[in-house]
Design a binder for this molecule. Structure first.
Ligand code: A3P
Length: 335
């Protein structure tokens, strides 16, 4: 299905036909790269693609589990004159619209969530916010608007680069380990699938937001665009102050060394983990995530080594080598 409003073909695929178990029995594959999304995304893809973009908009984009939340709070604070009071008071989920998240829920999931929270006004408000199309929320959001997305650049609003886009990438082996933890932490995604099976399903492009390398390479190719800033999670871990300086320059802000040091302390893993404004405790409270799991989890680089056996290491080496052959993209963790 393509039309004048949407340039990509959207193909619905039954997962059983592709021979794999999946939480989403039907997915869609979009465009020539076949990006995978839950079926419901087909209803919002064109609205997102054609959404009105304001020059003051700031997008934070990534493949999931690449340090998005960390980048979001950093970007928001830098853009908002280091307003810690608001950053600590207003949850990240309210400071940013999550562009495609609402489309992950089918009708049954929506009913369950609404029903589970019907007796608590505050939680019900949160659920309704999550389920409302972000494009609608954004219509009435005052500028500057902050937008989170895991869409690859080609599926983002086509005018996104008329605003500012910060893209963060992470060693895929760590991102995939982290994604497996997340998937098994979410009540509506949990598959009880072991890591090896999950790894294979990412390699075979069965999981939402894959193919991984196309996602990252699309952003990498645009990294010199004046409205694009490309970051690596590993650089943030190694030298956060210099990343803060780059983001500040990109957003036209200037902070002194003392201010940068305070921001890095606010963004440190230990402080992040206990900061309810960013640690997604809210999604536990509304019953989306199991209470004993953590969204902000370990915050390490190279932790994938504990999860890969020899066969998986060889598969990863081959996958990475093949996908980096036609590009000058190099991950800091692979040099
Ligand atoms: P791990 O699961 O490897 O710990 P996203 O926000 O894109 O979902 O990314 C989540 C990953 O970023 C998780 O990785 C999480 O722990 C890590 N993370 C979140 N905040 C962090 C911080 N302040 N410092 C380092 N890593 C952080």
């Amino acid at each position: 299905m393509t039309n004048e409003k949407y340039p990509y073909e959207i193909k619905a695929v039954k997962m059983e036909v592709e021979g794999t178990a999946h939480k989403f029995p039907v997915i869609v594959r979009i465009g020539p790269k076949g990006y995978v999304f839950p079926e419901n995304f087909k209803h919002s893809a064109a609205d997102i693609y054609n959404m009105e973009v304001r020059p003051s908009d700031v997008f934070v984009a990534s493949f999931p589990r690449s340090g998005t939340t960390w980048t979001q709070d950093m970007v928001w604070l830098i853009a908002s004159n280091l307003d810690y009071e608001r950053a600590l008071k207003v949850p990240l989920t309210e400071r940013y619209a999550f562009l495609e998240f609402f489309s992950s829920f089918n009708d049954e999931m929506k009913m369950k969530l609404l029903d589970a929270n019907k007796d608590d006004e505050a939680k019900l408000k949160e659920v309704k916010l999550l389920l409302k199309p972000a494009t609608e929320i954004l219509e009435t959001t005052p500028s500057p608007r902050f937008i989170k997305t895991h869409l690859p650049l080609s599926l983002m609003p086509r005018k996104a680069l008329e605003a500012k886009v910060v893209y963060v990438a992470r060693d895929p082996r760590d991102a995939i380990v982290s994604l497996h933890h997340l998937v098994n932490s979410m009540k509506f995604m949990s598959m009880d699938e072991d890591f090896k099976a999950f790894w294979k399903s990412v390699l075979n492009n069965f999981q939402p937001w894959t193919p991984y390398f196309d996602h990252v390479k699309e952003a990498w190719e645009m990294r010199h665009h004046p409205n694009m800033l490309f970051l690596f999670y590993e650089d943030m871990r190694k030298d956060l102050p210099s990343v803060v300086r780059r983001v500040s320059d990109f957003l036209g802000k200037k902070y002194n060394e003392e201010e940068i040091a305070r921001l890095c302390d606010h963004l440190s893993f230990d402080n992040f983990k206990k900061n309810p404004s960013v640690n997604y405790d809210l999604i536990k409270e509304i019953g989306l995530m199991y209470a004993d799991k953590d969204f902000v989890r370990k915050g390490k680089s190279g932790g994938w080594r504990d999860y890969f056996d020899e066969e998986m290491i060889a598969e990863a080496d081959k996958w990475i080598e093949e996908n980096l052959r036609d590009t000058d993209l190099r991950f800091p963790s692979m040099q």
